[in-house]
Ligand binder design. Structure first.
Ligand SMILES: Cc1cc2nc3c(=O)[nH]c(=O)nc-3n(C[C@H](O)[C@H](O)[C@H](O)COP(=O)(O)OP(=O)(O)OC[C@H]3O[C@@H](n4cnc5c(N)ncnc54)[C@H](O)[C@@H]3O)c2cc1C
Length: 463
Protein backbone atom coordinates (compact mmCIF):
# COMPACT_ATOMS: atom_id res chain seq x y z
CA UNK A 1 0.00 0.00 0.00
CA UNK A 2 1.39 3.42 -0.96
CA UNK A 3 1.96 5.56 2.07
CA UNK A 4 0.16 8.91 1.93
CA UNK A 5 1.87 12.28 2.09
CA UNK A 6 0.99 14.67 4.82
CA UNK A 7 -1.03 17.39 3.08
CA UNK A 8 0.72 20.32 4.82
CA UNK A 9 4.40 19.46 5.04
CA UNK A 10 4.61 16.76 2.36
CA UNK A 11 6.44 14.33 4.58
CA UNK A 12 5.76 10.78 3.54
CA UNK A 13 4.60 8.84 6.57
CA UNK A 14 7.12 6.12 5.84
CA UNK A 15 9.90 8.59 6.71
CA UNK A 16 8.43 9.13 10.11
CA UNK A 17 7.60 5.69 11.22
CA UNK A 18 8.20 2.24 9.80
CA UNK A 19 5.28 1.12 12.01
CA UNK A 20 1.82 0.29 10.65
CA UNK A 21 -0.20 3.27 9.46
CA UNK A 22 -2.39 3.93 12.50
CA UNK A 23 0.63 4.51 14.72
CA UNK A 24 2.29 6.63 12.04
CA UNK A 25 -0.85 8.76 11.88
CA UNK A 26 -0.89 9.13 15.65
CA UNK A 27 2.75 10.18 15.57
CA UNK A 28 2.30 12.74 12.79
CA UNK A 29 -0.70 14.39 14.45
CA UNK A 30 1.75 16.35 16.50
CA UNK A 31 3.56 18.00 13.60
CA UNK A 32 0.91 20.61 13.04
CA UNK A 33 0.53 22.57 16.18
CA UNK A 34 -0.96 26.03 16.51
CA UNK A 35 1.32 28.86 15.38
CA UNK A 36 3.24 30.73 18.08
CA UNK A 37 1.55 33.53 19.95
CA UNK A 38 2.96 37.01 19.37
CA UNK A 39 6.21 37.52 21.24
CA UNK A 40 6.45 39.74 24.34
CA UNK A 41 9.93 40.81 25.34
CA UNK A 42 10.72 40.41 29.01
CA UNK A 43 13.42 42.18 30.93
CA UNK A 44 13.97 42.10 34.66
CA UNK A 45 13.05 45.78 34.82
CA UNK A 46 9.85 45.40 32.83
CA UNK A 47 8.84 42.20 34.55
CA UNK A 48 5.49 42.77 36.19
CA UNK A 49 3.57 40.00 37.91
CA UNK A 50 0.27 41.70 37.07
CA UNK A 51 0.87 41.38 33.33
CA UNK A 52 -0.34 38.29 31.49
CA UNK A 53 2.34 35.59 31.58
CA UNK A 54 4.72 35.27 28.67
CA UNK A 55 3.59 32.37 26.52
CA UNK A 56 5.89 29.40 26.37
CA UNK A 57 6.28 29.87 22.63
CA UNK A 58 7.87 33.25 23.32
CA UNK A 59 11.09 31.59 24.38
CA UNK A 60 13.48 32.62 21.62
CA UNK A 61 14.59 29.35 20.09
CA UNK A 62 17.53 28.92 17.81
CA UNK A 63 16.89 26.71 14.82
CA UNK A 64 18.44 23.46 15.96
CA UNK A 65 18.36 23.20 19.77
CA UNK A 66 17.97 19.45 19.49
CA UNK A 67 20.63 18.93 16.84
CA UNK A 68 22.91 16.99 19.19
CA UNK A 69 20.19 14.63 20.41
CA UNK A 70 20.93 11.05 19.23
CA UNK A 71 18.31 9.79 16.72
CA UNK A 72 17.11 7.01 19.04
CA UNK A 73 16.51 9.54 21.83
CA UNK A 74 14.72 11.89 19.42
CA UNK A 75 12.39 9.12 18.21
CA UNK A 76 11.79 7.88 21.73
CA UNK A 77 10.93 11.43 22.80
CA UNK A 78 8.42 11.75 19.95
CA UNK A 79 6.74 8.48 20.85
CA UNK A 80 6.60 9.40 24.55
CA UNK A 81 5.30 12.91 23.98
CA UNK A 82 2.69 11.67 21.51
CA UNK A 83 1.48 9.00 23.93
CA UNK A 84 1.46 11.44 26.83
CA UNK A 85 -0.53 14.04 24.94
CA UNK A 86 -3.57 11.74 24.99
CA UNK A 87 -5.10 12.42 28.43
CA UNK A 88 -7.60 9.55 28.21
CA UNK A 89 -4.88 7.06 27.31
CA UNK A 90 -2.65 8.31 30.11
CA UNK A 91 -5.50 8.31 32.65
CA UNK A 92 -6.31 4.71 31.81
CA UNK A 93 -2.66 3.58 31.85
CA UNK A 94 -1.94 5.37 35.12
CA UNK A 95 -5.07 4.02 36.84
CA UNK A 96 -4.18 0.50 35.69
CA UNK A 97 -0.57 0.86 36.81
CA UNK A 98 -1.52 2.28 40.21
CA UNK A 99 -3.89 -0.60 40.84
CA UNK A 100 -1.50 -3.32 39.94
CA UNK A 101 2.06 -2.28 39.31
CA UNK A 102 3.42 -5.77 39.93
CA UNK A 103 1.09 -7.51 37.50
CA UNK A 104 1.78 -4.84 34.89
CA UNK A 105 5.53 -5.24 35.11
CA UNK A 106 5.21 -9.03 34.79
CA UNK A 107 3.44 -8.79 31.42
CA UNK A 108 6.25 -9.33 28.85
CA UNK A 109 4.89 -6.99 26.16
CA UNK A 110 4.07 -4.17 28.54
CA UNK A 111 7.37 -4.64 30.27
CA UNK A 112 9.16 -4.27 26.94
CA UNK A 113 7.34 -0.97 26.24
CA UNK A 114 7.91 0.27 29.78
CA UNK A 115 11.57 -0.70 29.69
CA UNK A 116 12.64 0.47 26.22
CA UNK A 117 10.51 3.62 26.02
CA UNK A 118 9.15 4.84 29.33
CA UNK A 119 11.97 3.75 31.67
CA UNK A 120 14.72 4.61 29.18
CA UNK A 121 13.23 8.08 28.68
CA UNK A 122 13.28 9.11 32.35
CA UNK A 123 15.61 6.77 34.26
CA UNK A 124 19.39 6.39 34.29
CA UNK A 125 19.52 2.61 34.75
CA UNK A 126 20.00 0.22 37.63
CA UNK A 127 23.63 -0.88 37.49
CA UNK A 128 26.72 1.25 37.94
CA UNK A 129 27.70 0.74 34.28
CA UNK A 130 24.24 1.79 32.99
CA UNK A 131 24.09 4.84 35.24
CA UNK A 132 27.58 6.00 34.33
CA UNK A 133 26.76 5.51 30.65
CA UNK A 134 23.61 7.65 30.93
CA UNK A 135 25.48 10.32 32.87
CA UNK A 136 28.27 10.54 30.30
CA UNK A 137 25.82 10.72 27.39
CA UNK A 138 24.02 13.59 29.14
CA UNK A 139 27.31 15.41 29.72
CA UNK A 140 28.28 14.85 26.07
CA UNK A 141 25.21 16.90 25.13
CA UNK A 142 26.72 19.91 26.90
CA UNK A 143 25.15 19.76 30.33
CA UNK A 144 27.28 20.94 33.19
CA UNK A 145 26.31 17.92 35.24
CA UNK A 146 23.54 15.70 36.50
CA UNK A 147 21.32 15.37 39.51
CA UNK A 148 20.78 11.72 40.38
CA UNK A 149 18.31 10.30 42.84
CA UNK A 150 17.76 6.75 44.04
CA UNK A 151 14.20 5.97 42.96
CA UNK A 152 13.20 3.54 45.69
CA UNK A 153 10.27 4.90 47.66
CA UNK A 154 8.72 3.43 50.78
CA UNK A 155 5.15 2.29 50.28
CA UNK A 156 3.62 4.05 53.29
CA UNK A 157 0.20 2.53 52.65
CA UNK A 158 1.60 -0.92 53.28
CA UNK A 159 3.48 -0.52 56.56
CA UNK A 160 3.68 -3.53 58.89
CA UNK A 161 2.53 -2.82 62.44
CA UNK A 162 5.09 -4.07 64.97
CA UNK A 163 3.87 -5.35 68.30
CA UNK A 164 6.92 -4.43 70.40
CA UNK A 165 9.07 -1.33 70.59
CA UNK A 166 12.16 -3.47 69.99
CA UNK A 167 10.71 -4.81 66.72
CA UNK A 168 9.73 -1.32 65.67
CA UNK A 169 13.21 0.02 66.42
CA UNK A 170 14.87 -2.78 64.50
CA UNK A 171 12.61 -2.18 61.47
CA UNK A 172 13.42 1.54 61.68
CA UNK A 173 17.16 0.84 61.76
CA UNK A 174 16.80 -1.42 58.74
CA UNK A 175 14.86 1.19 56.73
CA UNK A 176 17.35 3.93 57.56
CA UNK A 177 20.27 1.62 56.69
CA UNK A 178 18.73 0.88 53.27
CA UNK A 179 18.18 4.61 52.64
CA UNK A 180 21.75 5.36 53.70
CA UNK A 181 23.19 2.60 51.54
CA UNK A 182 21.21 3.70 48.45
CA UNK A 183 22.19 7.35 48.93
CA UNK A 184 25.88 6.55 49.46
CA UNK A 185 25.82 4.44 46.29
CA UNK A 186 24.34 7.41 44.43
CA UNK A 187 27.12 9.66 45.73
CA UNK A 188 29.67 7.08 44.66
CA UNK A 189 28.19 7.03 41.10
CA UNK A 190 28.32 10.85 40.91
CA UNK A 191 31.30 12.95 39.91
CA UNK A 192 32.65 15.97 41.73
CA UNK A 193 30.40 18.96 40.93
CA UNK A 194 27.30 16.81 40.41
CA UNK A 195 24.24 16.76 42.67
CA UNK A 196 22.50 13.93 44.48
CA UNK A 197 18.82 14.47 45.33
CA UNK A 198 17.17 12.72 48.25
CA UNK A 199 13.95 12.52 50.20
CA UNK A 200 13.88 12.16 53.99
CA UNK A 201 10.69 10.10 53.72
CA UNK A 202 12.68 7.47 51.82
CA UNK A 203 14.16 6.55 55.22
CA UNK A 204 10.96 4.77 56.21
CA UNK A 205 7.74 5.09 58.22
CA UNK A 206 9.33 5.99 61.56
CA UNK A 207 11.14 8.86 59.86
CA UNK A 208 7.83 9.98 58.32
CA UNK A 209 6.28 9.87 61.81
CA UNK A 210 9.08 12.08 63.19
CA UNK A 211 8.66 14.55 60.33
CA UNK A 212 4.89 14.72 60.67
CA UNK A 213 5.15 15.19 64.45
CA UNK A 214 7.59 18.07 63.87
CA UNK A 215 10.28 16.27 65.91
CA UNK A 216 14.05 16.35 65.57
CA UNK A 217 15.76 13.42 63.82
CA UNK A 218 16.48 10.58 66.26
CA UNK A 219 20.02 9.26 66.74
CA UNK A 220 19.73 6.61 63.99
CA UNK A 221 18.57 9.18 61.47
CA UNK A 222 20.95 11.94 62.61
CA UNK A 223 23.87 9.53 62.28
CA UNK A 224 22.81 8.54 58.73
CA UNK A 225 22.35 12.21 57.72
CA UNK A 226 25.86 13.04 58.97
CA UNK A 227 27.40 10.10 57.08
CA UNK A 228 25.68 11.23 53.88
CA UNK A 229 26.80 14.85 54.24
CA UNK A 230 30.36 13.95 55.15
CA UNK A 231 30.70 11.55 52.20
CA UNK A 232 29.21 14.10 49.81
CA UNK A 233 31.48 16.86 51.08
CA UNK A 234 34.58 14.66 50.76
CA UNK A 235 33.67 13.84 47.14
CA UNK A 236 32.69 17.36 46.08
CA UNK A 237 29.09 16.22 45.49
CA UNK A 238 26.21 18.49 46.54
CA UNK A 239 22.97 17.31 48.15
CA UNK A 240 19.50 18.52 47.19
CA UNK A 241 16.92 17.66 49.86
CA UNK A 242 13.54 17.40 48.15
CA UNK A 243 10.43 19.24 49.33
CA UNK A 244 7.54 16.87 50.02
CA UNK A 245 4.01 16.95 51.45
CA UNK A 246 3.19 20.10 53.38
CA UNK A 247 2.54 18.18 56.61
CA UNK A 248 6.21 17.10 56.60
CA UNK A 249 7.67 20.32 55.30
CA UNK A 250 8.32 22.28 58.53
CA UNK A 251 10.49 19.44 59.88
CA UNK A 252 12.20 18.95 56.49
CA UNK A 253 13.10 22.66 56.54
CA UNK A 254 14.37 22.45 60.13
CA UNK A 255 16.48 19.32 59.55
CA UNK A 256 17.95 20.67 56.31
CA UNK A 257 18.75 24.09 57.79
CA UNK A 258 20.62 22.40 60.66
CA UNK A 259 22.64 20.41 58.12
CA UNK A 260 23.40 23.59 56.16
CA UNK A 261 24.61 25.29 59.32
CA UNK A 262 27.08 22.44 59.85
CA UNK A 263 28.17 21.65 56.29
CA UNK A 264 27.81 24.94 54.36
CA UNK A 265 30.57 26.74 56.27
CA UNK A 266 33.42 28.78 54.75
CA UNK A 267 31.58 29.34 51.48
CA UNK A 268 31.03 25.60 50.86
CA UNK A 269 27.69 24.60 49.34
CA UNK A 270 27.08 20.97 50.24
CA UNK A 271 23.42 21.05 51.32
CA UNK A 272 20.46 22.62 49.47
CA UNK A 273 16.88 22.90 50.72
CA UNK A 274 13.89 22.96 48.35
CA UNK A 275 11.31 25.78 48.39
CA UNK A 276 7.86 25.15 46.88
CA UNK A 277 6.78 28.57 45.69
CA UNK A 278 3.14 27.54 45.22
CA UNK A 279 2.86 27.70 49.02
CA UNK A 280 1.78 31.13 50.24
CA UNK A 281 4.18 30.83 53.19
CA UNK A 282 7.32 30.07 51.13
CA UNK A 283 8.32 33.70 50.50
CA UNK A 284 8.41 34.29 54.27
CA UNK A 285 10.20 30.98 54.92
CA UNK A 286 12.86 31.88 52.38
CA UNK A 287 13.35 35.35 53.92
CA UNK A 288 13.76 33.78 57.37
CA UNK A 289 16.28 31.27 56.05
CA UNK A 290 18.28 34.01 54.34
CA UNK A 291 18.36 35.85 57.65
CA UNK A 292 19.47 32.72 59.53
CA UNK A 293 22.24 32.11 56.97
CA UNK A 294 23.38 35.72 57.34
CA UNK A 295 23.50 35.57 61.15
CA UNK A 296 24.92 32.02 61.23
CA UNK A 297 27.50 32.95 58.54
CA UNK A 298 26.83 29.93 56.35
CA UNK A 299 25.90 29.60 52.68
CA UNK A 300 22.25 29.00 51.78
CA UNK A 301 21.60 26.32 49.15
CA UNK A 302 18.23 26.92 47.49
CA UNK A 303 16.46 24.68 45.02
CA UNK A 304 13.46 26.65 43.78
CA UNK A 305 10.44 24.70 42.53
CA UNK A 306 6.77 25.54 42.08
CA UNK A 307 5.57 22.43 43.94
CA UNK A 308 4.42 18.98 42.90
CA UNK A 309 1.76 18.18 45.52
CA UNK A 310 -1.05 20.47 44.39
CA UNK A 311 -3.48 17.53 44.32
CA UNK A 312 -2.78 16.49 47.91
CA UNK A 313 -1.52 19.52 49.88
CA UNK A 314 -4.25 21.63 51.56
CA UNK A 315 -5.55 23.89 48.79
CA UNK A 316 -5.93 26.97 51.00
CA UNK A 317 -2.15 26.96 51.68
CA UNK A 318 -1.42 27.18 47.94
CA UNK A 319 -1.66 30.37 45.89
CA UNK A 320 -5.13 30.75 44.44
CA UNK A 321 -3.96 30.99 40.84
CA UNK A 322 -1.10 29.78 38.69
CA UNK A 323 -0.23 33.42 37.97
CA UNK A 324 0.31 34.06 41.67
CA UNK A 325 2.54 30.98 41.91
CA UNK A 326 4.49 32.22 38.88
CA UNK A 327 4.86 35.67 40.44
CA UNK A 328 6.06 34.21 43.76
CA UNK A 329 8.55 31.96 41.94
CA UNK A 330 9.98 34.72 39.76
CA UNK A 331 10.11 37.16 42.63
CA UNK A 332 12.02 34.72 44.86
CA UNK A 333 14.43 33.96 42.01
CA UNK A 334 15.02 37.68 41.48
CA UNK A 335 15.63 38.34 45.20
CA UNK A 336 18.13 35.47 45.42
CA UNK A 337 20.01 36.68 42.35
CA UNK A 338 20.25 40.30 43.52
CA UNK A 339 20.33 40.31 47.35
CA UNK A 340 24.13 40.49 47.41
CA UNK A 341 24.32 43.65 45.28
CA UNK A 342 23.40 46.25 47.87
CA UNK A 343 24.17 44.39 51.05
CA UNK A 344 27.76 43.49 51.92
CA UNK A 345 26.57 41.23 54.77
CA UNK A 346 24.25 39.22 52.52
CA UNK A 347 24.88 35.47 52.81
CA UNK A 348 26.34 33.50 49.92
CA UNK A 349 23.57 31.66 48.06
CA UNK A 350 23.63 28.77 45.60
CA UNK A 351 20.44 28.79 43.55
CA UNK A 352 19.07 25.93 41.47
CA UNK A 353 16.11 26.98 39.33
CA UNK A 354 14.42 23.59 38.98
CA UNK A 355 11.76 24.35 36.42
CA UNK A 356 10.52 23.68 32.91
CA UNK A 357 8.90 27.10 32.82
CA UNK A 358 10.45 29.12 29.99
CA UNK A 359 9.22 32.44 31.39
CA UNK A 360 11.06 32.00 34.70
CA UNK A 361 14.24 30.95 32.92
CA UNK A 362 14.02 33.83 30.48
CA UNK A 363 13.46 36.29 33.33
CA UNK A 364 16.60 35.06 35.12
CA UNK A 365 18.71 35.05 31.97
CA UNK A 366 17.72 38.59 31.14
CA UNK A 367 18.47 39.73 34.67
CA UNK A 368 21.90 38.14 34.60
CA UNK A 369 22.69 39.49 31.14
CA UNK A 370 22.01 42.96 32.55
CA UNK A 371 24.29 42.21 35.51
CA UNK A 372 27.07 41.04 33.18
CA UNK A 373 26.71 44.23 31.13
CA UNK A 374 26.90 46.37 34.29
CA UNK A 375 29.88 44.29 35.47
CA UNK A 376 28.08 43.37 38.67
CA UNK A 377 29.09 40.24 40.59
CA UNK A 378 26.83 37.28 39.79
CA UNK A 379 25.17 35.02 42.35
CA UNK A 380 25.66 31.28 41.84
CA UNK A 381 22.69 30.21 39.71
CA UNK A 382 22.10 26.94 37.86
CA UNK A 383 19.11 25.55 35.95
CA UNK A 384 17.69 22.04 36.13
CA UNK A 385 15.16 20.06 34.15
CA UNK A 386 14.15 16.43 34.32
CA UNK A 387 15.80 13.98 31.94
CA UNK A 388 13.31 13.10 29.21
CA UNK A 389 11.44 16.40 29.53
CA UNK A 390 11.90 19.89 28.04
CA UNK A 391 15.10 18.89 26.20
CA UNK A 392 14.61 21.77 23.76
CA UNK A 393 14.72 24.19 26.69
CA UNK A 394 17.72 22.57 28.41
CA UNK A 395 19.73 22.24 25.20
CA UNK A 396 18.94 25.76 24.05
CA UNK A 397 20.38 27.00 27.35
CA UNK A 398 23.59 25.00 26.92
CA UNK A 399 24.11 26.62 23.52
CA UNK A 400 23.97 30.17 24.88
CA UNK A 401 27.30 30.10 26.60
CA UNK A 402 29.31 31.38 23.66
CA UNK A 403 27.40 34.62 23.60
CA UNK A 404 29.74 37.33 24.92
CA UNK A 405 27.00 39.08 26.89
CA UNK A 406 26.14 35.95 28.80
CA UNK A 407 27.45 34.14 31.81
CA UNK A 408 28.54 30.54 31.41
CA UNK A 409 25.10 28.97 31.83
CA UNK A 410 25.05 25.86 34.01
CA UNK A 411 22.37 23.36 33.12
CA UNK A 412 21.74 20.10 34.96
CA UNK A 413 19.51 17.18 34.06
CA UNK A 414 17.73 15.32 36.86
CA UNK A 415 17.39 11.57 36.56
CA UNK A 416 16.52 8.72 38.88
CA UNK A 417 18.24 5.36 39.07
CA UNK A 418 16.97 1.97 40.24
CA UNK A 419 15.24 -1.08 38.85
CA UNK A 420 12.06 -0.60 36.85
CA UNK A 421 9.97 -1.68 39.84
CA UNK A 422 11.74 0.85 42.07
CA UNK A 423 11.19 3.58 39.46
CA UNK A 424 7.47 2.93 38.87
CA UNK A 425 6.14 5.57 41.33
CA UNK A 426 8.46 8.16 39.81
CA UNK A 427 7.37 7.20 36.28
CA UNK A 428 3.70 7.53 37.22
CA UNK A 429 4.33 11.03 38.57
CA UNK A 430 5.97 11.97 35.27
CA UNK A 431 2.92 10.69 33.39
CA UNK A 432 0.68 12.84 35.63
CA UNK A 433 2.89 15.88 35.22
CA UNK A 434 2.94 15.61 31.42
CA UNK A 435 -0.82 15.19 31.32
CA UNK A 436 -1.28 18.36 33.42
CA UNK A 437 1.18 20.47 31.40
CA UNK A 438 -0.50 20.28 28.01
CA UNK A 439 0.93 23.54 26.58
CA UNK A 440 4.46 22.64 27.50
CA UNK A 441 4.12 19.11 26.14
CA UNK A 442 2.89 20.56 22.86
CA UNK A 443 5.90 22.86 22.70
CA UNK A 444 8.24 19.93 23.32
CA UNK A 445 6.48 17.87 20.66
CA UNK A 446 6.75 20.73 18.21
CA UNK A 447 10.49 21.03 18.82
CA UNK A 448 11.08 17.27 18.46
CA UNK A 449 9.12 17.08 15.21
CA UNK A 450 10.92 20.12 13.78
CA UNK A 451 14.24 18.45 14.50
CA UNK A 452 13.11 15.21 12.87
CA UNK A 453 11.91 17.09 9.82
CA UNK A 454 15.23 18.89 9.61
CA UNK A 455 17.09 15.58 9.69
CA UNK A 456 14.86 14.06 7.03
CA UNK A 457 14.77 17.14 4.81
CA UNK A 458 17.71 19.42 5.64
CA UNK A 459 16.81 23.11 5.60
CA UNK A 460 13.09 22.36 5.54
CA UNK A 461 12.78 24.69 8.53
CA UNK A 462 12.52 28.18 7.18
CA UNK A 463 14.01 31.03 9.14
C1 LIG B 1 14.89 19.23 38.73
C2 LIG B 1 13.53 19.27 39.40
C3 LIG B 1 13.42 18.95 40.75
C4 LIG B 1 12.17 19.00 41.40
N1 LIG B 1 12.07 18.74 42.74
C5 LIG B 1 10.89 18.89 43.39
C6 LIG B 1 10.79 18.75 44.80
O1 LIG B 1 11.76 18.47 45.49
N2 LIG B 1 9.57 18.94 45.38
C7 LIG B 1 8.45 19.29 44.66
O2 LIG B 1 7.38 19.48 45.26
N3 LIG B 1 8.53 19.42 43.32
C8 LIG B 1 9.71 19.23 42.67
N4 LIG B 1 9.77 19.40 41.30
C9 LIG B 1 8.51 19.55 40.52
C10 LIG B 1 8.05 21.00 40.49
O3 LIG B 1 7.58 21.38 41.77
C11 LIG B 1 6.88 21.22 39.50
O4 LIG B 1 5.80 20.41 39.83
C12 LIG B 1 7.19 20.97 38.06
O5 LIG B 1 8.51 21.26 37.76
C13 LIG B 1 6.28 21.83 37.17
O6 LIG B 1 6.49 23.19 37.43
P1 LIG B 1 7.39 24.14 36.51
O7 LIG B 1 8.05 25.17 37.34
O8 LIG B 1 8.30 23.27 35.72
O9 LIG B 1 6.44 24.89 35.51
P2 LIG B 1 4.92 25.11 35.20
O10 LIG B 1 4.47 23.95 34.37
O11 LIG B 1 4.82 26.45 34.62
O12 LIG B 1 4.13 25.10 36.57
C14 LIG B 1 3.29 24.08 36.97
C15 LIG B 1 3.19 24.25 38.48
O13 LIG B 1 2.49 25.47 38.80
C16 LIG B 1 1.73 25.29 39.99
N5 LIG B 1 0.31 25.50 39.68
C17 LIG B 1 -0.38 24.93 38.64
N6 LIG B 1 -1.67 25.33 38.67
C18 LIG B 1 -1.81 26.15 39.74
C19 LIG B 1 -2.90 26.85 40.29
N7 LIG B 1 -4.13 26.80 39.75
N8 LIG B 1 -2.70 27.61 41.40
C20 LIG B 1 -1.49 27.69 41.96
N9 LIG B 1 -0.40 27.04 41.48
C21 LIG B 1 -0.56 26.28 40.38
C22 LIG B 1 2.00 23.85 40.46
O14 LIG B 1 3.07 23.89 41.36
C23 LIG B 1 2.40 23.14 39.17
O15 LIG B 1 3.23 22.01 39.40
C24 LIG B 1 11.01 19.36 40.65
C25 LIG B 1 11.13 19.71 39.31
C26 LIG B 1 12.37 19.67 38.67
C27 LIG B 1 12.46 20.07 37.23
Amino acid sequence: MALPLCSRCRISLKHISPKPLPLALVLTRSIHLPPSAPRRTLTSATWDPKQPPVMLNDYPQPQRDLEKLPLAVLLRGIIMQSAMSHPLLMDAASAMARKNIHMLTRNALLRFFLDKIFYAQFCAGSTEAEIKNTVSSLKALGYKGVITAYAREVDHSNVTEHSTTAEQQSAHQEHVAQWLQGTLKGIQFANSGDFVALKFTGAGPECVRLLEAGKEPDLVMADAMDKICETAKAQGVRLLFDAEHHVQQAAIDAWTMDLMETYNQNGDLVVYNTYQMYLKESTTTLAKHLERARSGKFALGVKLVRGAYINSDPRHLIHDTKRETNAAYNNAARILATQHLNDPSAPKVGVMLATHNAESIQMMRTLRQEQVQKQQPLAEVAYAQLMGMADELSLSLTQRKNNVDEENIQVYKYTVWGTMDECMMYLLRRADENRDAVDRSLLSQQALWRELRERLFPSSISA
